[in-house]
Design a protein around this ligand. Structure first.
Ligand SMILES: [Zn+2]
Length: 392
């Protein structure tokens, strides 16, 4: 297959078998019977090192009811509070994919003029009800024009954890370029493909996310839209992410040393040998995880966290409610439903308190410290699923 960004050849990174939509949590047998599955493969471009899926599933229904509420996550709240302090030097901040207002809230508290835009109706409503002004729409040329006309040009635009979801990244970048003020800055936060490969996080591949970015690929597509990459900052959310800072291309602006550092690193990391080794490793890890679950079938096994990637792991490794009785999640929008594809019940913390599990598989393992504050009462081993290992 050819790269959707630069038309060079792609190599297969991971074949993840038949997978459902990872963000569609069925509530009952009728919804379970309507569930669709597609073949999920992750590929990586030979030249620009952009990760991408073999097929793009029709997106129209994916955002209809979106279950991820950023603000239920303590670590993310801290991340955006710190970021809001940094952004205090700007006059007008636009947050694209603002979710329930996790960045708008601390910006507003700091007295910074800000606006959100998010396509999810229920999540946008939560923000607006709290007084965090949010346009419920996709960010594109039309909404960019609307924002400019009604609010003026922002001097900072943030897009955090949404870039990977975009089906047409170039159109999105062109809309950013048209809206940002001449001296403004654009901050894009992405999960980093190098970390994903280094840590065997195949579970981060799912149909909602057609692209997985390297610095090389981000620099290339933004440059095509007359935006230059000025620096790259490491940030903590989602298991090792990057913040890339762009501005309109100008002669007098030179990138700092962080940009070359990442470009050089990627030449070493994305070798054919590393890419070929990935599938072998994840097959082994999935097998190992199932072995652990089967050898503990006399114990009470529960999961913690039902992020979208729970679907990728459980469908790839064929883990159902026989192997993990239930998964606990803090989002009220998920509790009472089932995990996509393998139909593990999603319950609340109270259920876990009553059940007192003997073994906990922590699917949201990057948040283990705050999860452990609650789960340490059970004195049970806590496992990270992939690679399977005891983390507490
Ligand atoms: Zn490419």
């Amino acid at each position: 297959m050819k790269c959707k960004l630069c038309n060079s050849d792609c190599n297969l990174l991971a074949d993840l078998g038949q997978q459902p939509l990872a963000n569609k949590y069925p509530s009952n047998d009728q919804e379970i019977s309507k569930e669709n599955f597609w073949h999920l493969q992750a590929l990586i471009c030979d030249k620009c090192f952009c990760g991408q899926l073999n097929q793009i599933i029709d997106r129209s229904e994916m955002f209809e009811d979106y279950y991820y509420l950023s603000s239920v996550n303590h670590e993310l709240n801290d991340h955006f509070k710190t970021f809001a302090n940094y952004l205090s030097k700007f006059k007008f901040v636009l947050d694209v994919g603002s979710n329930d207002g996790i960045l708008l809230r601390p910006l507003k508290e700091n007295g910074i003029r800000c606006l959100g835009i998010d396509p999810s109706v229920n999540v946008g409503k939560i923000a607006n009800d709290e007084g965090l002004e949010t346009i419920v729409d996709f960010f594109n040329h039309d909404s960019a024009k609307y924002i400019e006309k009604k609010y003026g040009k922002p001097d900072a635009i943030v897009a955090s954890s949404i870039f990977t979801h975009l089906e047409e990244p170039l159109d999105f970048i062109l809309a950013l370029e048209s809206l940002i003020s001449d001296d403004g800055e654009i901050f894009i936060e992405i999960e980093y493909l190098v970390n994903l490969i280094d840590n065997f996080q195949f579970e981060r591949f799912y149909f909602d996310r057609p692209f997985y970015y390297s610095v090389t690929s981000m620099k290339k597509i933004f440059e095509e839209c007359n935006l230059s990459l000025n620096r790259v900052v490491e940030i903590s959310p989602h298991g090792g992410s990057l913040r890339l800072c762009f501005s309109k291309s100008k002669e007098n602006i030179k990138p700092d040393s962080s940009v070359d550092k990442y470009l050089d690193l990627e030449k070493i990391k994305f070798t054919k040998a590393n890419i070929n080794a990935f599938q072998f490793s994840i097959d082994n890890f999935a097998e190992e995880l199932v072995k652990i679950l089967k050898s503990n079938q006399d114990s009470k096994i529960a999961g913690f966290g039902a992020p979208a990637r729970l679907a990728t792991i459980t469908n790839f490794a064929k883990i159902d409610s026989e192997l993990i009785s239930y998964v606990v999640d803090d989002s009220p929008l998920k509790v009472g439903k089932y995990s996509p594809g393998m139909h593990i019940p999603i319950l609340s913390r109270e259920n876990m308190e009553k059940d007192k599990p003997d073994l906990i598989i922590v699917f949201a393992y990057e948040y283990i410290d705050s999860i452990y504050e609650f789960t340490k009462q059970f004195n049970s081993p806590h496992y990270q699923p992939i690679p399977p290992k005891i983390i507490k």
